[in-house]
Design a protein around this ligand. Structure first.
Ligand code: FES
Ligand SMILES: [Fe+2]
Length: 397
């Protein structure tokens, strides 16, 4: 163990990162070195080794169940954002494309909905739902390459239990990315509300998007999301008022590339909602590497959430919570549901603020790394390994 009595300046830049040293720090229960949260070079590595090759949830199947249905999303790293459009084409094939017009780079679709063709609203170039360029206003002027060379760029798309995933670079099948998550969800009796066998064909699964942002590296925010060691102190009058956060009730465990948390409402909240004593865990939070969260919010009347976050520069993050009402969403006392929404709003505000202060600390140049508790922060240790496993090959050459 190094002498820890003064700030250790071992890693001042990416060039200083020594793979063997990082291995032994993580073995000792240390955090990732501070430089991992502040260095442009590390962020550029993440773009190539984390963001481009990862499968990302962009929507759910019931949103695009009919031919002509489409939705838009994006996959972002620190140095890029790729807009994405997903369509159900005339042959009922699910397709994904880079949502960038081959003319002069406008989006070809915005939002979500239903269309017979994707017509770019800038100059009217029109694409089939399978991405082929169909028509170009005034094309009789000539001067263009053959239109069949100007289709939308396709992307790999796949589905799992009704969640639609897209990747910019298919490094592995989707099934490999989600198999351990599925084992965990099966064990917990997660209902997979969007899976074809469960989705209600007569119900409109409308999305409500809540944008988020904060002043910290995406990893600092994600770390906050995946541990609850901070809950009793940071969320004294929000999350901790709502859920049991003591270690005897709050379960947090990891699986190959994610973690999950389970807890229960405080008794007075459960009583207020009239919940039966025998019920599934009220709070179910599942994190999947690198940046996705599934939340089962059925018990409090807001349906199911799919949440993602992504980098906004090295020192910031953005995110969105996409909430879907479900056909069986119960109706509870509106005052209590309002209180719960307020607790959540406050919780997320406190989290973003805490992570922002952490970022200031990380940027001080006087923080080398820290140390974590083996049980209360086991999820953190797991996450550090996930980050390091992804990035280490670049440092072992
Ligand atoms: S940019 Fe799409 S039609 Fe011009
Ligand atoms: Fe929190």
């Amino acid at each position: 163990m190094p002498d820890l009595r003064s700030p250790d300046s071992l890693f001042r830049s990416m060039a200083d990162v020594d793979a063997t040293r990082v291995d032994s720090l993580l073995d000792d229960g240390a955090t990732l070195p501070g430089i991992f949260y502040t260095d442009e070079g590390i962020a550029a590595l993440e773009d190539e080794l984390v963001w481009r090759p990862s499968w990302q949830i962009v929507g759910v199947e019931p949103e695009v169940r009919n031919a002509g249905d489409y939705l838009t999303s994006h996959i972002s790293g620190t140095g890029f954002t790729v807009p994405i459009v997903v369509t159900r084409d005339r042959d009922m094939q699910l397709r994904a494309f880079v949502n960038v017009c081959r003319h002069r780079a406008h989006f070809v679709a915005v939002g979500c909905g239903h269309k017979r063709f994707l017509q770019c609203s800038y100059h009217g170039w029109t694409y089939e739902l399978n991405g082929c360029l169909k028509s170009v206003p005034r094309s009789e002027e000539g001067g263009l390459p053959p239109l069949d060379q100007l289709g939308l760029y396709p992307l790999a798309v796949d589905t799992w239990k009704g969640y639609i995933f897209v990747t910019l670079r298919e490094a592995e099948p989707l099934s490999a990315a989600v198999s351990a998550l599925q084992t965990v969800l099966d064990e917990q009796g997660f209902g997979y509300p969007f899976a074809p066998e469960n989705a209600d064909p007569a119900f409109t699964y409308e999305r409500v998007v809540t944008p988020q942002s904060g002043p910290s590296n995406w990893k600092a925010m994600n770390e906050n999301n995946i541990e609850c060691y901070h809950c009793p102190t940071t969320h004294r009058h929000s999350f901790s008022d709502m859920y049991k956060v003591d270690p005897s009730h709050y379960l947090h465990r990891e699986f190959d590339r994610g973690v999950y948390h389970l807890s229960d409402f405080q008794d007075r909240v459960a009583a207020g909602l009239g919940l039966p004593a025998e019920r599934a865990r009220d709070y179910q939070f599942y994190y999947l590497w690198p940046n996705m969260y599934l939340e089962n919010g059925l018990d409090i009347g807001y349906g199911a959430n799919v949440q993602r976050l992504w980098p906004d520069g090295v020192h910031g993050w953005k995110g969105e919570i996409v909430s879907y009402a479900l056909p069986a969403t119960p109706r509870y006392d509106p005052d209590l549901v309002k209180q719960i929404s307020e607790w959540w709003r406050l919780t997320m505000e406190e989290d973003a603020e805490a992570a922002g202060r952490v970022q200031t600390g990380l940027r001080s140049g006087l923080y080398s790394w820290g140390y974590t508790l083996p049980e209360s922060e086991r999820n953190m240790r797991h996450f550090y390994r996930l980050v390091w496993n992804a990035l280490a090959p670049a440092f072992r050459r």
